[in-house]
Design a protein around this ligand. Sequence first.
Ligand code: ADP
Length: 396
Amino acid sequence: MIVLVINCGSSSLKYQLINSETNQVMAGGICERIGMEMGDLKHKPAGHEPVEIDVKMENHEVAVSMVLNALTDKNYGVIKDLSEIDAVGHRVVHGGEKFAASTLITDEVIKAIEECNDLAPLHNPANLIGIRACQSLMKDVPMVAVFDTAFHQTIPDKAYLYALPLDYYEKYKIRKYGFHGTSHSYVSKRLAEFCGLDINNSKLIVCHLGNGASITAVQNGKSVDTSMGFTPLSGLVMGTRSGDIDPSIIEFIAKKENKSLDEIMHLLNKESGVQGMSQVSSDFRDINKAMQQGNEKARMAFDVFVYRVVKYIGGFIASMNGVDAIAFTAGVGENDPKVRYDVCQYFKYMGITIDEEANKLRGREVMISTPDSKVKVAVIPTNEELAIARETVALL
Ligand code: ADP
């Protein structure tokens, strides 16, 4: 099957056209600055030079039609006709408690996604705009919603409830949801296969360390706890997000700096994390360079990042009463050997040992623990688009 994977943001739209039989990405790209004075489409067809088109895209429907035109273009298109697209898989950020799995999109499903809008006010409305735009341009093509939160719906109440008055959970569904579910699900399956483990009888920890970062404990193939919470702000230190902090800090800063709640949320989401601590960058390539030049703030930010990862891994080992294998994935997890090495050094006491040469390899699945390590540690590149395409095909 040929599946179009759509990831729609408020002013952008990322896409990939994937052949699900061969796993080949036939084309991919991004529309940016939708709804602004001038936007652009960057289209990368397999085997051709990338194409960049500057064009005003009034709304997402215009952007989707630009994408469809690019895919069928005489010169750089990859299909002759839109009828070759068998299905569309949409990334949807929040499925609340309504969706524990991917689902075929119907009018009722759209309504149920809308009902989750207040849980993800920036993302879900944009995802819905993308779904509607595709529906109006590809009338008879089946569409599937794949949720970031769905994989984590197996987390038990002892792990998802916050110790607030229970009314807040009952009235507003304030609880841990967790995100990056498509990646955690995909990587945990690959990790089990790669390590020769039976996923249904295994204890795995997946460290998705990108600009956004989260760690999930996966027991017998099910998510049992994760570091992100009600929103993606909690848990690990991230590129620009603080991760866990004492909530009283919010009131303290508000009074000291006379800041509004909106301003503080912006501070915690966009100006904190590795960027805020290092005052260098949110990007680990820059942090590594700065550390090599002796920058102390970069060193501190790096150490705080690693230490938080360690605490979550340690906590999840305790909560699962053991671990068989640990995966590192996403931009930092796949590319930064020092992060992986430093994290694993904390677990020497329990017999984790790292093969330093293997740890330098990049761009493919690789076992970085030594053969005698008590716990297997691997780098498993994530592929959210392929996972969405597979989910879509599996459902249809
Ligand atoms: P997201 O999907 O959350 O935007 P990614 O998973 O693409 O993030 O990760 C992006 C991050 O990966 C960058 O901000 C950078 O910190 C890190 N990264 C990418 N390449 C490297 C590298 N070669 N060495 C270290 N870190 C890297």
